[in-house]
Design a protein around this ligand. Sequence first.
Ligand SMILES: NC(=O)c1ccc[n+]([C@@H]2O[C@H](COP(=O)([O-])OP(=O)(O)OC[C@H]3O[C@@H](n4cnc5c(N)ncnc54)[C@H](OP(=O)(O)O)[C@@H]3O)[C@@H](O)[C@H]2O)c1
Length: 363
Amino acid sequence: METEIKLTYDQAMALAIDVAKAGAPYVSPNPLVGCVILSAENKLLSTGCHERYGEAHAEINAIKNIPEKDLQDCKIFVTLEPCAHEGKTASCAKKLAEYKIKKVIYGLVDPNPLVAGQGAKILQSAGIETEEYQGALKSDLEDLAEIFLKNFRHKKTFVALKVASSLDGQIALKTGESQWITGPASREYVHELRSWYDGLIIGSNTIVTDNPSLNIRHPRIKKENKLVILDSKGKLLKSIIDGKKYKFMEVHHKKNIYFATNEDMKSDYQIILFKDLNHLMVQLWDLQIKSVFVEGGAATYSSFIQSQLVDRFHVFINPSLIGANNGLSWTKDLTIPQLDKKIQLKNIKMRLFESDIYLTGRH
Ligand SMILES: NC(=O)c1ccc[n+]([C@@H]2O[C@H](COP(=O)([O-])OP(=O)(O)OC[C@H]3O[C@@H](n4cnc5c(N)ncnc54)[C@H](OP(=O)(O)O)[C@@H]3O)[C@@H](O)[C@H]2O)c1
């Protein structure tokens, strides 16, 4: 229904980006997509997003909220080009073409060869103007669809890394003590972040020292991720075969737990034999794990960064000092030869969780 809220071109696309994020736990392997409909006078009429894989796309969810007559001469802002092909759902471009819409402004051309440019062509043939958005939010649109874009462009699993550190970059004491460096609000947000990715990766030492559950505990999100444990010598798995118990075993279904080791072992858990992280990532892609969330510890973070595998960093920084002498730095094994080779994050976003600074950026 028409509201009195008037939006500019950039504000409408910013809102479309925002509404898209509601689908983050459930759309894989599809992209996050958001849609905003404005009247001829640029008043906000409706919003919608792709909520879940296999279900309606963003444009369809946005148009179903308003009577057909309101679509007359409206403008539709959508973060990704409307799809041209029939998959689990009908083509959005063909559906939009049934209405007397004035214009469709889409954020990115769909990299899927079944769509690329075809969605726009269907709309144009129906007399609807189309425009690829060229405003200030282009980088944010790429960020929104980053998992899907990497999957399509490179046929590789997307890698996000999350770390909770002190201001001086320490994630624990040398003794292993690490609970807690950041506060409860940051830790709650981590549960939401976990849900954005298909799998979690954790080093064996973190399982032994912290005994984490590594499941998603969030009031609005029900999802179980795949869990990949880096246990190259199989020491952790051997101890489990010998009867040792850890919390993650109680909360994850066995079919979702993978031990990444260098030697084949007989176990009820799934084994991924791997030579190095690049080899592991190829196998995760083959297992249809389209995105992973690397949760530490220091050896694991460092080796992912050193191997240039990290696409996005999620860093929670508590304004406290621990000291490098008795601390454990999350980049302890990372070496750069000179400053012009430093790893620079791009399109940085920041917010506060109580007194913690949350910073995210892509590599
Ligand atoms: N504050 C935080 O955000 C945070 C998060 C997580 C953990 N932590 C802390 O970090 C500490 C543990 O860190 P950590 O550095 O000792 O251990 P870690 O990274 O948890 O585990 C290290 C083990 O993982 C395996 N591994 C890691 N990278 C590998 C690679 N590239 N190839 C093969 N295997 C690899 C190796 O297993 P093998 O031994 O089998 O070779 C290695 O010994 C704990 O104190 C924990 O509390 C803090």
